[in-house]
Structures are given as C-alpha cells and as structure tokens.
Design a protein around this ligand. Structure first.
Ligand SMILES: [Zn+2]
Length: 315
C-alpha cells in the first residue's frame, strides 16, 4: 500500500450511536455510516453491530486497520474495555481481540475522550503542541492528556478523568462513587439543576418559560444568556469558574501549553471560555503557568471518530 494513500476506519462507540468513518492521512472522513447502539443488548450484539458497520465502510478498499473509541476504562495494550457507562452487561470485554477475530483486521482501542484528544493532537487544535489537556463538557465531563507529544493513558488506561477530580470533599454523591466531583457540578444535568434552583429567586428570568415547558438544556440556557438574561449569564459564569478552578489544579500538576475545551456544552463559546480563562489566570500558581492558553476544540463531534482512526494512522 502506498503510504500517502493510507486509510483507516475509525469507530466512535457511544451509548446512543455508533459512528464510523473511513479516514485518510490528512484526517479527512471520506465516507461515514452510523447505527443506533443496541445499548441494552450486551457486548455480543454491539460488537456484531461494529463489525457490520466496518464491513459496510470497507467496500473492498485496502484499510490499514480499525481504531475504536469506547467509553469506560480501556487498557490500551490489551484492548480490554471495563464498565463503560450507558452500555449494559459489559463489565470486561476484550474489544480488540473479538473484533480482530471477526474482521481479520488490525484493531486498536482507546477510551473515547482519549481518542478525541488524539484527534485534536494530529488533526485539530493541538497540532504541533507537545503538552496539552483536553476537557469535554457534556452529560459527562471527560479528559485526555497529551504529554511530551504522546497520549498519556496511565498504568491501566485510567488517566485523564478530569471530570472526577474532587472539587468539594463534602459535596454530593457522584455516579463514580466519590463525592463532590467536578462532573457533579458542571455536567449538563447539573447546569440545568443550577438554573432551576436559580429560578426560585429569579422568577422573571427568560429561563422561566423554558423550565415550565421542561425544555431547559445548556444550549437553550446559552441562547438566553446571549439575549442578556442575568440568571442565564450567571449560570455560565459560575460553571466556568468551577471548571477554571479545577483546571488550575491540573495546570499546576502538569504545566501544559494549552487547554482544549470540547463537548456540547463548549458550544456556548465565550460564555464558558471567558470565566475558565479568568479563573485559571487568577488561580494557577505562578505567572508563567498562568499563561496557559484555553481554546475550543476544532474537530467537534468527529474528534472521537477521527482520533480512533489516528490510533492506526499515526501509531
Ligand atoms: Zn465522580
């Protein structure tokens, strides 16, 4: 195979959708397919779904391999995936081995947010940057670390769980079993919860009708904030400050050049980025460290898919 014509398939396995695509060395998706995840039917069915998707995408093209981004704890060398949230009956599955057997193709597996960080490293906002942190803001709050130009996954693949940094040791219970984790304050549902609580003292907010219709989402709260609503603005300011404070700890620990912010909630742009930047500048330990740049992710929803393909394309 000519090196410049090298292709790989990337698959982003989520609790709702499985998205797959054929990706070239420039990080472009040449064609794509997706399927609704049969998340309740266990690993056997889902692995069969992935294999079907890959066969459909392959169409006789010579591909160098398949990269899969999975939620949960992923051991990179063995390809074992443990306890992915929102996928039932998994516990421990060797995704690499199972798919290699089914497809007769080289398979590499990574945690989904780590895959997204890898995508940003090779084809997105982290190009040419040696040390950066990726944080994804959505229902869950994920993280990926690129250190010395490489994805850092830790001894068992568990590194980068920024969402589960405890920001308040006396805080509420988190789904991970710990208390007061960052995700428990800034995950999408908790942003909505903060809006609901804020409405009690601010019934005239433009968020009020949305709440009554049960339509509050971070996206709509951002829209209302841009129309000048004080409560909605306050919610993003506070959310950004909490994220910035947590990131100042990570920045003190790792001294990265860059923080890349992705995920659905990051679509709020300046509303969330400005308080993150301000708080980081106030709280990181010394002046040099405070210079860390905070920028939005470039690859959007495709980061996981492209990054999964990068596991093969950019070993
Ligand atoms: Zn947690």
């Amino acid at each position: 195979m000519r090196e410049e014509g090298k292709l790989a398939i990337g698959v982003d396995l989520g609790g709702t959708y499985i998205k797959g695509g054929v990706v070239n060395l420039q990080g472009q998706i040449l064609r794509r397919e997706s399927a609704q995840t049969l998340s309740r039917e266990g690993p056997k069915r889902i692995l069969a779904q992935i294999a079907n998707l890959v066969e459909g995408l392959r169409r006789g093209d010579e591909v160098a391999g398949l990269g899969v981004g999975c939620p949960g704890l992923v051991e990179p060398t063995s390809g074992i995936v443990r306890d992915p949230p929102n996928l039932f009956g998994w516990r421990e599955v060797n995704v690499k081995e199972e798919l290699e057997r089914k497809l007769a193709l080289r398979v590499e597996v990574a945690n989904d947010v780590n895959a997204a960080a890898l995508g940003e490293l090779h084809f997105g906002a982290g190009r040419g940057v040696k040390d950066f942190i990726c944080i994804t803001l959505g229902t869950g709050v994920g993280g990926g670390l690129v250190l010395a130009g490489k994805l850092f996954t830790g001894s068992k693949g568990g590194a980068g769980e920024i969402g589960h940094l405890p920001v308040n040791i006396f805080g509420p219970h988190c789904r991970c079993g710990n208390y007061g984790c960052l995700e428990r304050y800034v995950g999408a549902e908790y942003i909505i919860e903060r809006a609901r609580n804020g409405l009690k003292a601010n019934p005239d907010s433009l968020l009020s009708p949305l709440d009554k219709e049960g339509r509050l989402t971070p996206k709509l709260i951002a829209e209302v904030a841009l129309r000048g609503d004080k409560l909605a603005q306050e919610i993003f300011r506070e959310t950004g400050e909490i994220i910035g404070a947590a990131l100042s700890g990570v920045v003190n620990l790792l001294n990265p050049e860059l923080v890349i912010v992705g995920g659905g909630v990051a679509q709020a742009g300046k509303l969330i980025l400005e308080p993150i930047r301000r708080t980081l500048a106030e709280r990181a330990m010394n002046k040099e460290i405070q210079k860390v740049e905070v920028i939005p992710a470039l690859l959007g929803e495709d980061a996981g898919l492209i990054g999964a393909a990068a596991l093969i394309l950019k070993p």
